[in-house]
Design a protein around this ligand. Sequence first.
Ligand code: HEM
Length: 292
Amino acid sequence: MLPQEGLFHSPGAFSGIAILRLLRDVARPQLRDVISSLHHELSTTRGLHAVLGLQPALLPGAPPTPVLLPREGPTARFPSSQSHVLVQVSAGNRELLLGSLRRVLALSKGVLSLEEELLGGRIGEGREAFGFRDGLVKPTREQVKRTALVPSGPLAGASWLLYLRFHQDLERFSRLKERAQAHVVGRTREGELVVDPPAEAHILRARAAGAGDSSPLIRRGFPFRHGGEEGLAFVAASADPAHYQRSLDALLGAGGQTPDALLRYATAVGGGLYLAPPLGWFQALSPQEAAS
Ligand code: HEM
């Protein structure tokens, strides 16, 4: 089954995420109609890339998933703000981005209510809020297929999405000397690997879960500034939600592992697990398709 095309496009210069909650007494077919209309409109807007995810239990055929969030380690925590629908949009200009978010609200009226919205986008040539180069390697289509798409079964072509909203303590991080900052990340600001990084360096912790060269997840997050807070809207796509458990536990230092140094400067304030259905799911139910 074909996947959502948006999964192949990393967030562009302007990015946004909307988290929506299902209103009470809304029937499932009504939700599916709305989601299908949203997908149809966003995916046919030129220059816009969108990915839609649903709370896994809303998709028929989705296996029961062990609880991913909240998750705790000895020194940090990943809380849950799980809701029903996640829409990630990215565009080359702000007008398109704003237009798409307006449409999300207009089309979901009476069925979904907006719970959380974040707008952000690329800083410079691609830096996160601490000023470090991020997203150094752009995944190819082949890598996305291999890493992020469920290969077979009733969910073939679907993708598991993890969303985590991080606040970053810029002031605290800036008090570190340049060398100490690089040791927190495991790379210099410009992205070069640090020689002999400490075991707590972010990239080593991220690789500890098998997230190294053959990473089991595709990162597709973006930096944001909202109400005076700067941070990262971390979004990842993976073929298997079990990878997230291992990745998050490796960062948190669960089970006697070393906690990630980055979590002293970045705090997760919410997040959830969503499932991006394949195209067939929308096509079978979109009102446009049904009417044609
Ligand atoms: C505020 C939160 C975070 C910040 C600021 C951050 C920042 C960074 C930076 C600067 C790099 C190095 C540049 C690059 O490889 O593109 C990196 C790499 C990476 N991060 Fe994060 N990250 C955050 C959260 C996370 C989370 C929650 C995960 C996993 C669940 C994760 C997984 C990875 C992986 C897999 C790499 C590549 C490691 C490698 O070199 O093999 N990051 N991150």
